[in-house]
Design a protein around this ligand. Structure first.
Ligand SMILES: *[C@@H]1O[C@H](CO)[C@@H](O)[C@H](O)[C@H]1NC(C)=O
Ligand SMILES: *[C@@H]1O[C@H](CO)[C@@H](O)[C@H](O)[C@H]1NC(C)=O
Ligand SMILES: *[C@@H]1O[C@H](CO)[C@@H](O)[C@H](O)[C@H]1NC(C)=O
Length: 432
């Protein structure tokens, strides 16, 4: 890597994305309804996820009447958000100091800067790290006079920075919805198959379902939840209650016409946490690795339990979204995994394992919730009411063959109870 590059990503003004070999793949845009219809008939079509259209700029007005905008940059491996000011939105002058910079984090793309009010006001500085292809963020304060953001957590180790989504989710942007008084986030979710597939499909890359972003009451992290408008697409509803899942059980959620185009909300009650496996402090740095080693296949004590989606009837293919609880001196550690390893019989697609720790008080609550949006080749999961989000792209041959199923499962020795489960067929969104 060149030692001292000042890379201003003016592309972020317009597209907020990386300009690299993937460029060809990123911007195939639906232009007309007719085209949308033809796209909808291709393999792994998405019904309520869209191709990316365009992004927007986030500028903010200071008390001095000047507009401000943050631009991502890398200077000698130091990622930074440069600050520019303007009176008229036409002429921009760089401020002496960046809004924020850290050592070693590499190129920051698509910075986003906004605040959220909870018990106290928190500013959010989001950067898309080119190095890890992940959207990370910091919470902190903002000194309006000095134009400096100061994060609550000052760690330079970007591998442990908070992430919007612990799966595929990049180059995201937020906007403030004046009408509903909410901050809405959406991000780009790229494909996990290959360029030849893109050509066959006629499209590549989608936008996540827009999410409302709020501050967790503990002010340590953000919480995300799909916008309520998505619920307008819900059709037939399945309601299940009080299902006990013993070790090795899996129960199909029957009755959905389109299990490959569905919205599932489930709440798991954990009657006994006492036997949870001990947590090794070394695991804290790499939850995806832990998910890889202790995925749904490996029996545990409290968990793994969760959902198997886009599953074939004989479970030759499935994507599992699961939780596993560990005990350590200060309490419990909850691991959430989205495991794509068995998602497709196709060998040539990328099938990673994603994972995150969920900041939730499992001891107090005695339960944990999961919402998963399933859309043919997209699986977006929200753990513990949106405290941990994982999005993945999968290419099950069962979908193409018309054999998709959804199961709940438990592979832990402690029984878990599904206190309630709701699932809906989802209608196709219309683009006008
Ligand atoms: C970043 O690196 C510089 C030297 O390049 C050092 O002086 C500074 O203390 C470092 N900052 C942090 C937060 O480690
Ligand atoms: C897109 O996905 C591929 C395969 O999953 C991955 O290797 C690549 O880094 C991704 N690219 C971007 C820009 O996210
Ligand atoms: C549960 O564990 C068994 C035995 O390890 C394994 O064969 C099975 O595939 C696992 N179930 C899931 C859903 O991974």
């Amino acid at each position: 890597m060149a030692s001292s590059i000042l890379a201003l990503i003016f592309a972020s003004f317009l597209y907020c994305s990386s300009v690299d070999a993937n460029y060809r793949r990123n911007f195939l845009i639906r232009e007309s309804e007719a085209e949308a219809d033809s796209i909808a008939n291709t393999k792994y079509r998405t019904a309520y996820h869209f191709q990316p259209l365009h992004n927007w700029i986030n500028a903010w007005l200071g008390q001095d009447g000047l507009w401000r905008i943050a631009i991502g940059a890398e200077i000698g491996l130091k990622g930074r958000a440069l600050l520019y000011k303007s009176e008229d939105f036409m002429h921009w002058v760089q401020a002496a100091n960046p809004l924020h910079a850290t050592n070693r984090s590499g190129m920051w793309e698509c910075p986003d800067f906004y605040y959220l009010d909870g018990k106290e006001r928190k500013y959010v500085l989001k950067m898309s790290l080119a190095e890890t292809q992940s959207d990370t963020y910091m919470l902190g304060g903002y000194d309006e006079d000095k134009d400096v953001f100061s994060p609550d957590d000052t760690s330079d180790d970007y591998s442990i920075w908070l992430r919007y989504d612990y799966g595929k989710f990049y180059a995201s942007k937020t906007f403030f919805d004046e009408k509903e008084k909410r901050r809405v986030l959406w991000g780009w979710v790229n494909e996990s198959d290959n360029i030849a597939d893109d050509v066959t499909k006629g499209w590549s890359g989608i936008q996540s379902i827009p999410r409302v972003v709020t501050l967790d009451p503990n002010a340590r992290q953000l919480v995300q939840w799909p916008v309520k408008e998505l619920e307008l697409l819900r059709r037939k509803q399945i309601d299940l209650h009080e299902i006990e899942l013993k070790k090795g059980d899996f129960v199909e959620i029957e009755g959905l016409k389109t299990p490959d185009q569905a919205d599932v909300e489930v709440e798991f009650e954990l009657p006994n946490l006492e036997t949870a496996e001990p947590f090794d402090a070394n695991w804290v740095l790499d939850p995806p690795k832990l998910c890889h080693e202790k995925g749904s296949l490996i029996n545990g004590k409290v968990g793994p339990f969760g959902l198997l989606v886009l599953a074939s009837h004989n479970l030759k293919e499935y994507t599992s979204i699961s939780f596993r609880v560990f005990k350590y001196d200060k309490g419990y550690q909850v691991l959430m995994c989205s495991d794509q390893r068995r998602s497709s019989l196709r060998a040539e697609v990328d099938k990673p394992t994603y994972g995150a720790f969920v900041d939730t008080d499992i001891k107090k609550d005695g339960k944990i919730s999961l919402r998963t949006l399933i859309d043919h080749s997209v699986v977006e999961s929200f753990g513990a009411e949106g405290r941990a989000c994982i999005t993945s792209r999968v290419y099950p041959t069962s979908v193409v063959r018309g054999d998709p199923h959804i199961f709940t499962f438990n592979n832990g020795s402690e029984s878990v109870k599904i206190s309630k489960l709701k699932a809906w067929n989802m209608a196709r969104a219309r683009i006008s």
